[in-house]
Design a protein around this ligand. Structure first.
Ligand SMILES: NC(=O)c1ccc[n+]([C@@H]2O[C@H](COP(=O)([O-])OP(=O)(O)OC[C@H]3O[C@@H](n4cnc5c(N)ncnc54)[C@H](OP(=O)(O)O)[C@@H]3O)[C@@H](O)[C@H]2O)c1
Length: 243
């Protein structure tokens, strides 16, 4: 169902990732979408005439500012599909507080919390004001504090909980200038990507989604959300996850 006015300009940050690439291609396949700006560290292209690649790094604010200036207004949909579960050296996630390290937590917060917040800083001014607009960042159910019954994965959980808070804050502020807009976080399910590959043992095949299935589900969820849902964390099946 197209709940937007056509044609739509979209931006996906993290288009080299499993879910991000699937989201960019699923958006490009929609008739109402005219262009998808697809960002990654390498700036690599995706195979669609509607997809325009760009380069950025979450840890380099100037690169985000430059990319957003080049994309320009007006944007209808912004999706942040970046994220890290393990450190760049492959270690983690922490199973115990004994494994905590300042450098490890700083690394995950830089990627999972601060980077997406900086993307919001430079994309929210580009969002359409006179019609529906969406800012969505991929978070994780494990970032829900009230849903946490297992513990572990300290840096990842905490960085996603902080992301959920930042997007809630952004939603409240955005509503003042963009009454038809929404800013949400999304839980994509357990998805077969590089991020989850080392942790898929024990996940039953029916519960491990392809990136394409997850992307289609997430776009359907976004289609169904209204401004009153802004600020929330929503799972792939449309259920709101309590913070
Ligand atoms: N897969 C799951 O089961 C699952 C479950 C719950 C939540 N999630 C969340 O879903 C999101 C997408 O995950 P995924 O499974 O698609 O992971 P993925 O395939 O590993 O993709 C991660 C993306 O993040 C980008 N990224 C990492 N560091 C970056 C940096 N410094 N600057 C710019 N981009 C950077 C990667 O770009 P490069 O290619 O340049 O490294 C890549 O595009 C994440 O937020 C993740 O936490 C995933």
């Amino acid at each position: 169902m197209n709940v937007f006015r056509s044609p739509l300009r979209c931006a996906v940050f993290g288009a080299s990732g499993g879910i991000g690439a699937a989201l960019a291609m699923a958006l490009a396949a929609r008739d109402e979408v005219s262009e998808v700006h697809a960002g990654s560290r390498s700036g690599a292209a995706l195979h669609s005439a509607k997809v325009h690649p760009f380069a950025f790094d979450l840890t380099d604010e100037a690169s985000i500012a430059k990319a957003c200036a080049a994309i320009g207004a007006t944007l209808d949909i912004v999706i942040v599909a970046t994220g890290r579960l393990t450190r760049a050296d492959g270690s983690g996630p922490e199973k115990s507080w004994r494994a905590l390290s300042g450098a490890g937590m700083a690394e995950l917060f830089a990627i999972n919390t601060i980077g997406p917040a900086l993307i919001a800083k430079y994309t929210l001014p580009l969002l359409r004001r006179d019609d529906r607009a969406v800012f969505a960042a991929l978070s994780a159910r494990v970032g829900s504090i009230s849903d946490n019954r297992l513990g572990g994965w300290h840096g990842y959980r905490a960085s996603k909980a902080a992301l959920n808070m930042l997007v809630k804050n952004i939603a409240l502020e955005l509503a003042r200038t963009h009454p038809q807009a929404l800013a949400v976080t999304l839980h994509p399910g357990t998805v077969d990507t590089a991020l989850s590959a080392p942790f898929q043992r024990g996940v039953s095949p029916g519960k491990l989604f392809t990136p394409e299935i997850s992307a289609a589900a997430l776009l359907a969820v976004l289609d169904g959300l209204r401004p009153q849902h802004s600020g929330g964390l929503f799972a792939w099946d449309g259920a709101e996850v309590p913070f």
